[in-house]
Design a protein around this ligand. Sequence first.
Ligand code: FAD
Length: 484
Amino acid sequence: MSKIYNVGIIGGGVSGVVIALELAKYGINNILFEQEQSVVNGPPFCHLHAGGNLYPDISDEQCRLLMKQSIEMARLFPQSIDERPTFISIPKTEKYTVENIQSRLDMLVDYYKSLIQEDPKNKILGDPKDYYKIYSKTDLNTLVDLPTVKRPITADQWMTNAIKLVDYKQLKTPVILVQEYGWNLFRLAAQAQLALNKSEHCNLKTNTFVTDIKDVRTLNLEHNWEICTADAVYNVKYLVNSSGFKTGTIDESLHINSERLIEFKAAYVSKWHPIPGLIPELIFHGERGTPHGMAQLTPYCDSYYQIHGMTENITLFKNGLVQSKADMVQPEFNDGITQKLQHDWDANEIKIRTENAIEFVGKYIPSFTTATVGGPPMYGAQQISGDDPSLRVGEVRFPSKCYARSEIIKASSALTVANQIIDNIEDEGIVTKITNHIKTNALLDSINTQDIDLLAKQLAEERGYPGALSKLVIEKNKINNDIT
Ligand SMILES: Cc1cc2nc3c(=O)[nH]c(=O)nc-3n(C[C@H](O)[C@H](O)[C@H](O)COP(=O)(O)OP(=O)(O)OC[C@H]3O[C@@H](n4cnc5c(N)ncnc54)[C@H](O)[C@@H]3O)c2cc1C
């Protein structure tokens, strides 16, 4: 008789791998299917979002959830967290007010303190009193005359380096520096893949596309689902659909009705001349989807910078957001976007969009206009459950017995989803109650930094990106960047 797995997971994005690793931690056997040759190979992520400060329009509740979930994930994957801060500003042309942002930051500081009180190990974002710092026009006028600091440590040093480049006359004051960190996808992918390969309890099947699922729950067998691939059928008791923006395809095949939006977006990789000191992530807020949407510059090592511009000719795309219909649970993109998702971008479009992005950032950082295309875009499609495109936190749903659908919108929700699924698996009687819940994951902890460095670089290069994108600008107790 063929083996029966407790859990079958479709999709090895951040959600699928975290579920598999957490199940493996408790000795719950599982099989994980990923159609690509390596895991975490779908849409990119580069911001931890610990506080949601990149989104002036979301609710306080979503900001708190993003902070809590981000801290949990940063504790699980510390080697992929880039501890450089974020500069937040509002151009004078924009509707947002610094006062609103500041009162939300005060709320977040209190919340962060309460998380540290619950567990001192939650102190991932530094001391709560340093979570953010406000800079008036007078402060900026003083800092701009100070010398650049090659490897800044204090908030003032980071701000000095930033403000020397930014045309701050265009910005409302005060501006803010906040401990919102970066998140390196290649490093997370590498650590997860190495840990899954070591695991006795997870059978990781990369290069394996799930073609069909058979529901055998009424047949009184020992298993409930049969997962079909091109050359085999796998029997599982519990099914997890973590197929990202394709979750509707599986729902459809199981005749489960659900509603979702799917959105295609891209960030651009640019290369600039070396600058004398490290800079924080730079955010210039603006109304999403308008020609003056948010501009966002993310520093990487070796003079590479990633750019988001929340306008239709940079990060967003015409018809890039589509919704399911009454008779179509899985929404469909048009041919142009589908082609891009199949890694078939027109070279000229890459050049034009990257140059648009450079020019967009150049409005606020005039010297940045000398940057050039540094690699292919980082792009992909993601799902947003329901019909509200401004939602930033999604978790999990259990639409049917022994079936879970992951609906994460931000990568930081992956651990919360894994824990909720484990609770449901216990409730469904697939496994006995776990009495000793542990926050760490020994499998992940057993992977050493050198192995992560090597595989992360290999994954970046295999996917067509500069190897430098696999390094952290700031690691705890170590600075990698060769900035001279
Ligand atoms: C441009 C852009 C920037 C973003 N930036 C951030 C950010 O800074 N921070 C953040 O937290 N989030 C960010 N996101 C969102 C983030 O990328 C997603 O939330 C996250 O990747 C979703 O993870 P997932 O595991 O649910 O889905 P995915 O990563 O999409 O994983 C699903 C996997 O399932 C596989 N799959 C699908 N169908 C099958 C099948 N039938 N058989 C086998 N395998 C299958 C796919 O190959 C894929 O690997 C960004 C998204 C985009 C598009």
